[in-house]
Design a protein. Structure first.
Length: 193
């Protein structure tokens, strides 16, 4: 049985719950709902839960360090389980992808995402898998206000479709591996399903 850590990135507190930047938290909430899991245990400067899927033992982690210090929480979990960065999957919002798209990717830069930046600084590496949830870009105005802004009502109606699509991709990753899952899903838009 292989061990993995899935870190969903976000900010703790009710004022952040439905913001674009909390896509990682919202994703883990969706996964917990669909798989009947509990993510409530205090651990690794966050809250965690456990999921078993396709002969993998997976720790689900929501860092409660605030986004800019996410790496501290992720590092604690990896050190506790003595896991390499290749057994880490980070779920985060992505400005470069339109709303409705979810993509898997191995490695890469942080693209200005402070949560990813913190993880890369802590780990000294970037060779972890990312599940990127598209939130689109602000047409005008400040990026910070955009990502910390509440998801608009027209998108809220479809968020469950998008996150559910991401869960399907995650299961495929554990069942069929990264290359096959990327080829099956990376060009899909879950709003067109």
């Amino acid at each position: 049985m292989k061990q993995f850590v899935i870190a969903g990135l976000g900010n703790p507190g009710p004022q952040y719950q439905w913001t674009r930047h909390n896509a990682g938290f919202l994703f883990l909430d969706c996964l917990a709902h669909l798989e009947n899991l509990s993510i409530t245990k205090k651990a690794f400067s966050g809250i965690s839960g456990e999921w078993r899927h396709a002969d993998n033992r997976i720790t689900l982690l929501k860092p409660e360090t605030f986004m800019n210090l996410s790496g501290r929480s992720v590092m604690q979990a990896l050190q506790f389980f003595k896991l390499p960065t290749s057994n880490l999957l980070v779920v985060h919002d992505d400005l470069d992808l339109p709303f409705g798209t979810v993509r898997l990717k191995l490695g890469g830069g942080h693209g200005g995402h402070n949560g990813l930046r913190s993880i890369m600084e802590q780990l000294g590496k970037a060779d972890f898998i990312r599940l990127r949830i598209g939130v689109g870009r602000a047409v005008h105005g400040d990026t910070v206000n955009y990502v910390l802004g509440t998801i608009p009502p027209d998108q809220m109606e479809r968020v469950a479709d998008v996150l559910g699509g991401g869960v399907t991709m995650l299961k495929s990753f554990f069942e069929h591996g990264l290359p096959k899952t990327m080829s099956l899903y990376n060009n899909r838009n879950f709003l067109e399903g």
